[in-house]
Each structure stands twice: as structure tokens, then as C-alpha cells.
Write a protein that binds this ligand. Structure first.
Ligand code: F6P
Length: 405
């Protein structure tokens, strides 16, 4: 076996993050000067097949016509990958569903005596699947359809793949990856796989190239020192949001994640307006700490009316859970899930933005930079500055910057 070359074969149902993972691998390997290329069957189909391939029937395994075309495309990409390796390429990534045993056996047969690593991407989160499908139906092949019809067709396509799906089990070398949580659920390595440690490490590392973490602009509740609720931005808050919009205009921000509260969405709107191509995704995971019985009260009122809450929280702010609400400790799981979702949905984008709240942003910050638990509830989260965070294996940034108001 030639141990300098590697074929990576992606496996998984449509919209499970295969292409994002493939691109992440390629980008990271390229940094180490390892010549890597992706051979994507969907891209080749869109290039070569003139007819309408948005129809689910094209993917029906019983449709011998569609099947023949798809097999030809797969074969073409296998041959292209082989000639890339023969010309000095080092890692060839076959990016396609490859969910049937038959297809995988064919790949093994056509690429004999070469290190082959299968990577299966799984992800059962309904909300993420929905958002991923929304992105898929933006492809030009669905242009002639309404959004609803395109989504329906895409689901039918997925169903056809489900019918022939066999998860990895008996392949000699494979990794099963939860692509939302970057978690390996199963792996089996029989042969010597070049670059294995590197590939494995890239797969499980959360990477965020540039995250601009912002707190919403000033609200009416902020002026009254009231917590929680769903208050709107004040005139000053709107001015802050517009200043942020101008500041970030020079940067390309393809995704802004907000909470589901008015104040973060109102902060995001002017920023999105000054961007050319920007999707705003409100995530419940980034909502502010739920202060339960204290919602909408001011700190002074809490101290006067329910002093035991005020005092107990003061003693151990991280672990304290508001009656009928949350505490920092219980927010961690959901905020971490939000970060995973944002990373997944933004698919390796150069820049992303999260507009959150004081406590939620503290939890986000502590995800990227270690802080002792007792210090997390005191992290400084101002409204006139933002945090710039980069966390990749090659770059770490953690800076508080003004946006120039
Ligand atoms: O005052 C704004 C706010 O976001 C409240 O909604 C929230 O309860 C509070 O900050 C969180 O900060 P702390 O944990 O310091 O009370």
C-alpha cells in the first residue's frame, strides 16, 4: 500500500453536513501543504446534466434511467480522483451520499490497495435539518419552484436515500461522526491510514474563523435596571445598532445569529440591511437567562421584595437558579448547543456574528476562553463594544473592541 495517499469517502443522507466537513478537511490539510481535492457528485451532476434534476423521481432507486446517470457521475468522479492521486495529489475526497452498500463496494473495488477512509455524517436534530434544507433549496436547480414545493421535493429525495441507507459497519476503516456536535460515535481503523491523527483531530475540533459577539443595544428595561422580559431598543439603542451596522459594513457577514428576543433582532436588522448577502437566524438557545419569578423586576425590587433571592444569588451567582427560571449553571447546555448550531449552519464561513444578551454572551465567551465558574457571571459585556473571537487550530483571537460610537 502506498501510505502517502488517502481516499476519503463521505457517507450520509443529504443535508447532513458532508460537504461542510469535506471543505473543512481540505482547508486544514492544505494548510499543512497536503494536496487535497474534493470530488463532489452533486456539483458534477449540476454541471453535466441539463435536465431537471430537482424531481425526487430522479433519485428513486427503482428509476433505472436516473440511477444510470448517477452511477456514471459517481464513476466519473472516482476516475477523476484516481487521476488526481496519480498526478501527485495526496488526499482525494469523494463527496457524495454513498449510503448504499452496493455503491461503497464498488468504490472499494475500483480503488484497490489504497488507503480508504469512510466518514459518515449523522445528525438527527430536526431544527438543523430544516435550516439545512432551506439552504439546499436555494440552489439554482430549484429556482423554478416555490419554496414549499422545493422543500417537499427535497424531503422526498431524502426518503429515497433512506430506503437504501446502510450505516457503516463492516468497512475496514471508518469514522461515524455526529456532524452537529463534532463527536465521533464509532470508529474502526484496520489499515495504516495516512494523516489519520490530523484528520480525526480536525473532525472533532470546533472551529470558528471570526466570530463577532455583540450584545444588543440599549433597551427601555436597561434604563430601568429591569431584567429579562422582551423590551425594545430605545432611541439610543437604535443609534448603537446603526453604528454597529456601519462598522461591520466593510466586513462580509453572511450569518447573524440572534436570540428570539426583540432587542437582539432589532439590533440585527440594520446590520443585515447594510450587508449584501446576509441571513439572520434567531435561535432560542441564545435567549437571555430566564429569571423566573424575577422576570421584569429591577434588581432593587428583587432586593426589597424577595431579599432571600437577592442574597443567595449574590453568594453563588454561577450555581444559583432563579425560582421557576434558570441559572448560569443550567444555561450552559443550551448555550453550548446554540454555538454548535451556529457553527454548523454557518458552514465554515469566514465571519459570523452572534447578537445576544449579557448572561448568554458570558456563557458564549466562556465556551471559547477558559474562565473559572465563579468568574463567568462577572465577565464584562458592554453595549458599546464587541468581542472578536477566532478559534481554529491555527489562530486564536480574543479581543474586546469598540465599534466606534
Ligand atoms: O440587565 C440585562 C440582563 O441581560 C438581564 O436580562 C439578565 O437577567 C441580566 O442582564 C444578567 O446579568 P446578571 O447575571 O449579572 O444579573
Amino acid at each position: 500500500m502506498n501510505n502517502k495517499n488517502l481516499y476519503v469517502v463521505m457517507v450520509g443522507l443529504p443535508a447532513r453536513g458532508k460537504s461542510t466537513i469535506a471543505r473543512k478537511l481540505k482547508e486544514n490539510l492544505a494548510r499543512d501543504h497536503i494536496k487535497t481535492r474534493i470530488f463532489n457528485n452533486g456539483d458534477l451532476r449540476r454541471k453535466l446534466v441539463n435536465e431537471d434534476t430537482s424531481s425526487p423521481e430522479f433519485y428513486n432507486p427503482k428509476n433505472s434511467y436516473g440511477l444510470a446517470i448517477r452511477e456514471q457521475i459517481a464513476l466519473k468522479n472516482i476516475n477523476r480522483a484516481k487521476s488526481f492521486i496519480n498526478r501527485g495529489g495526496q488526499v482525494a475526497i469523494l463527496d457524495a451520499t454513498n449510503v448504499s452498500l452496493k455503491r461503497r463496494k464498488k468504490i472499494v473495488q475500483l480503488i484497490p490497495n489504497q488507503p480508504l477512509l469512510f466518514i459518515e455524517c449523522t445528525n438527527d436534530d430536526e431544527e438543523i435539518l430544516k435550516a439545512s434544507i432551506e439552504k439546499k433549496v436555494a440552489f439554482p436547480e430549484f429556482n423554478h419552484l416555490s419554496r414549499e414545493a422545493a422543500i417537499r421535493r427535497f424531503h422526498e429525495r431524502i426518503n429515497y436515500y433512506c430506503g437504501i441507507y446502510t450505516s457503516l459497519k463492516n468497512e475496514r476503516n471508518f469514522i461515524k461522526l455526529n456532524s452537529l456536535y463534532n463527536k465521533i460515535s464509532k470508529e474502526e481503523i484496520t489499515d495504516e491510514i495516512p494523516y489519520y491523527d490530523r484528520v480525526r483531530d480536525f473532525l472533532v475540533t470546533d472551529t470558528i474563523k471570526n466570530l463577532f459577539l455583540i450584545r444588543h443595544g440599549e433597551t427601555y428595561f436597561n434604563l430601568q435596571n429591569r431584567i429579562g422580559g422582551n423590551s425594545s431598543l430605545t432611541e439610543n439603542g437604535k443609534i448603537q445598532a446603526e453604528a454597529m451596522a456601519r462598522f461591520f459594513q466593510k466586513k462580509k457577514i453572511p450569518y447573524i445569529f440572534t436570540s428570539q428576543k426583540k432587542r437582539t433582532i432589532q439590533t440585527a436588522v440594520p446590520i443585515k440591511e447594510l450587508q449584501e448577502n446576509c441571513t439572520m437566524i434567531p435561535l432560542e438557545e441564545f435567549n437571555e437567562i430566564d429569571s423566573g419569578v424575577c422576570e421584569c423586576m429591577s434588581y432593587e425590587e428583587i432586593r426589597e421584595k424577595i431579599p432571600q433571592v437577592y442574597m443567595t444569588r449574590k453568594k453563588n451567582k454561577y450555581s444559583y437558579i432563579y425560582p421557576e427560571g434558570e441559572g448560569y449553571v443550567s444555561m450552559k447546555e443550551r448555550v453550548d448547543r446554540g454555538i454548535k448550531k451556529a457553527i454548523y449552519l454557518s458552514a465554515n464561513s469566514e465571519n459570523i456574528m452572534i447578537i445576544g444578551h449579557r448572561a448568554a454572551n458570558r456563557m458564549i465567551l466562556s465556551h471559547f476562553l477558559f474562565r473559572r465558574k465563579e468568574d463567568v457571571p462577572y465577565i464584562y459585556v458592554p453595549q458599546d463594544k464587541f468581542y472578536h473571537i477566532a478559534a481554529t487550530q491555527y489562530k486564536k483571537i480574543f479581543q474586546l473592541k469598540p465599534y466606534g460610537i
